[in-house]
Design a protein around this ligand. Structure first.
Ligand code: CNA
Length: 254
């Protein structure tokens, strides 16, 4: 516990000195909100109980058989409906309000950063708020596509019968806003990686663009393949909300 407080104090000092903070968040940021991550011990890949669970978000597999994705997506939608932003989401929104944060780069599709009050959010893996027909391109809003997802095993376009796909970036599809995200990382004087195993590229490469100090907050393993370890000033292996509550005790942002 003492170690956590020391790490929190060190982090608070770094935040005090910083003027251009950037956050890269991953699924671990939202587990306390009730949305399971993929690769953590309680992650969706483990729960799915299927060999090679990465097929769920494989675009080629989706075109062959969308039912695997949709059986998974129904569970994710139920979790999203019940979710609320956690302390750490509010903490980073408060840093933006204070003028210290340049932006949030998120791999999450849950919109919890926006719901906590963050405005400068780059959803590099897209989101679930809009869906499109894979054949004619017709767009469907969140409520319509959600209703269709629960009504049918595979939701289909009322215009042409094509399969509908939410605007989540699948493996094999290009990520969004990537140039802006690298630019943001370059401008950062303090770069946070929070709740990410850093195994998904190109997101995992973004921290390498910063010349600022890096703070990694993640329970469990984080891939160091692309992480510039010489710039990692602090590595916290703890619960995200517990840690940022402790940082906030010093900063009193919330
Ligand atoms: P990941 O690979 O599942 O890694 C998450 C990491 O967070 C793991 O190392 C966990 O051990 C760690 N973790 C989980 N909970 C906590 C906690 N409370 N405190 C500290 N650490 C914790 O997720 P990444 O984001 O790295 O992988 C990228 C994928 C996951 C992206 O494509 C996302 O779209 C996708 N995803 C998003 C959501 C969401 O929107 N909330 C949920 C599940 C997956």
């Amino acid at each position: 516990m003492k170690a956590l407080q020391q790490e929190a104090s060190q982090c608070a000092e770094m935040i005090k000195k910083a003027n251009a903070i950037v956050l890269l968040s991953g699924a671990g940021m939202s587990t306390n909100a009730g949305i399971p991550d993929f690769r953590g011990p309680q992650g969706l890949y483990k729960r799915a109980g299927i060999p090679d669970p990465e097929r769920i978000f494989d675009i080629e597999y989706f075109y062959r058989d969308p039912s695997l994705f949709y059986s998974f997506h129904r569970e994710l939608l139920k979790a999203l409906d019940a979710a609320k932003p956690t302390f750490a989401h509010f903490f980073f929104a408060a840093l933006e309000k204070k003028g210290k944060l340049l932006g949030v780069i998120t791999q999450n599709i849950d919109a919890l950063h926006q719901r906590a009050g963050s405005h400068k959010v780059y959803e590099i893996h897209g989101g679930i708020w809009e869906s499109h027909c894979t054949k004619c391109g017709k767009s469907f809003d969140y409520e319509t596509s959600k209703r269709m997802t629960f009504e049918k095993e595979i939701p289909r376009c009322d215009n042409c019968g094509g399969v509908i796909k939410p605007d989540i970036v699948f493996f094999g599809e290009p990520v969004k806003h990537i140039d802006e995200c690298f630019e943001l990382a370059r401008k950062a004087d303090l770069f946070f990686v929070v709740g990410s195993s850093l195994v998904v590229t190109p997101a995992a490469m973004i921290p390498s663009a910063t010349s600022g100090e890096i703070v990694v907050v993640n329970k469990g393993e984080v891939s160091e393949f692309y992480l510039p370890s010489s710039r990692v000033a602090l590595r916290v292996d703890a619960d995200i909300d517990e840690f940022f509550r402790s940082v906030n005790e010093e900063l009193k942002l919330l």
